[in-house]
Design a protein around this ligand. Structure first.
Ligand SMILES: NC(=O)c1ccc[n+]([C@@H]2O[C@H](COP(=O)([O-])OP(=O)(O)OC[C@H]3O[C@@H](n4cnc5c(N)ncnc54)[C@H](OP(=O)(O)O)[C@@H]3O)[C@@H](O)[C@H]2O)c1
Length: 408
């Protein structure tokens, strides 16, 4: 049925094998809608397949190896022959996107990478095409399912970070080496890609400020619950008069925030722009069949004539001075005057308190406060000063808070 299109599959692991299976199931339907019948013409893995032969035999290359090399060289080789490439490789697109886009442009080749960000959620297409001509101001993303699962479990059961991580591994939500997930590096790569697409500036991964979830304690989550807050590892990309800022950090959200209800291994991305107010998409951010469905969507797009490449971009001017609201957790001696001293330090740095929870702990007390938005450097200076006060029983702990709640 229709013209045959040969697909070279690089990598047949979790996503590659799910893609192969899904393609087998959906080939007739794809032929009916595009007039082209896709079929796998060769498969490369570590022990079998010859890349040059696969490339020569293929019309489209689907790269599902992961990592930078040999994925980068293979993708560039395919693009330089004008062949369409589909990849799910976030590190490759985040670190070498401009090189790949340039090669695709030069040789008139298509390059699709929907599955590289937020798995099954079609966020790349929505940013690049659906709202492509609108100036997006901000992108918020829960783009790492492993960390969202861990934080959800810690909040739900009171488990420690270590126990929740062990559960995530047992249930297959975390890899045996979860470093890239828990340090925020995986989310940083995805946010760099989203910022590039949303703002039209290239973002160097090294400029993405990144904090992970390893230091989060169960009592932070317990107190936050009392304050009506939920904790997420959030990616934030913003454009302002000062430039672009892209960062990943754990932060609390109020219940009215569109990302507050996103729990477990799910991902979600919110786009903000005056013309669209706010759009949130949520869904599975990983998994073989889920990710393969995004790869298959890219294949259908390629077979249907393709979609535009991101326009050429100059490097982003990165904004450095950020403001944020904060949660502050202090363990102090339970003695008169402590609260007044804390308030004095905060006031001197222009920090105003939105809510406070105080608990006795034998001879000590805990003060848990939520502050209104303040320049981050002023907050850091205040915390530094608080940490030196003689009634402080341990180092102050702070976590950012996103203040906005309801949709405007
Ligand atoms: N897993 C997910 O849920 C998910 C979600 C979104 C995006 N992704 C992305 O999808 C891509 C694939 O992930 P995955 O989870 O499917 O990985 P995976 O299970 O580790 O599979 C990788 C595949 O690539 C092959 N491979 C590795 N190095 C190779 C090399 N040097 N030469 C040739 N073949 C090589 C492996 O061969 P062997 O079979 O011989 O080991 C295996 O077939 C990555 O870019 C990942 O970031 C994955």
């Amino acid at each position: 049925m229709g013209e045959k299109v040969k697909i070279g599959l690089l990598g047949r692991g979790t996503v590659g094998s799910a893609f192969e299976e899904l393609l087998g199931e959906r080939a007739d339907a794809i032929a009916a809608s595009t007039g082209k019948t896709p079929e796998i013409s060769g498969v490369l893995n570590t022990s079998s397949g010859d890349f040059d032969q696969i490339l020569a035999d293929s019309d489209v290359i689907v790269e599902l190896i992961g990592g930078i090399e040999p994925a980068r060289e293979s993708v560039l080789a395919a693009l330089s022959q004008g062949k369409a490439v589909i990849t799910a490789n976030k590190q490759l697109v985040a670190q070498h996107g401009e090189e790949l886009f340039a090669a695709a442009r030069e040789h008139g080749a298509q390059l699709r990478f929907e599955a590289a960000v937020a798995g099954a959620i079609p966020i790349v297409r929505v940013i690049s095409e659906s709202v492509g001509e609108i100036e997006i101001d901000r992108v918020y993303g829960i783009v790492n399912g492993t960390t969202n699962f861990i934080l959800t479990e810690m909040a739900r059961t009171g488990a420690s970070y270590e126990d929740a991580l062990a559960d995530a591994k047992e249930l297959g939500y975390a890899e045996s080496d979860p470093t890239d997930d828990v340090t925020g590096a995986d989310a940083a790569a995805k946010m760099a890609i989203l910022a590039r697409l949303a703002f039209g500036f290239s973002v160097d991964l090294a400029d993405v400020a990144c904090e992970g979830i390893e230091e989060i304690r169960p009592d932070d989550l317990a107190y936050a619950k009392e304050l009506g807050l939920s904790l997420k590892l959030l990616g934030v990309a913003e454009r302002s008069a000062d430039g672009v800022s892209v960062s990943v950090f754990p932060c609390f959200l109020y219940p009215g925030h569109p990302l507050a209800p996103v729990e477990g291994a799910f991902n979600a991305v919110t786009l903000f722009a005056p013309q669209i107010n706010e759009i949130t998409l949520s869904g599975p951010g990983a998994g073989g069949p889920e990710t393969a469905s995004a790869v298959l969507g890219d294949l259908v797009s390629v077979l249907s004539g393709g979609s535009p490449l991101p326009p050429e971009a100059s490097p982003a001017n990165m904004a450095t001075d950020r403001s944020s609201a904060f949660y502050l957790h202090l363990e102090v001696a339970d003695q008169p005057g402590v609260l007044a001293s804390v308030a004095e330090v905060l006031g001197r740095h222009g920090i105003s308190v939105r809510s406070v929870v105080q608990r006795g702990l034998g001879e000590d007390a805990r003060l848990v406060m939520v502050m209104h938005e303040v320049p981050e450097k002023d907050f850091a200076a205040a915390v530094d000063e608080l940490g030196k006060l003689d009634f402080m029983r341990s180092a102050p702990r702070s976590i950012r808070v996103i203040e906005e709640e309801a949709r405007p």
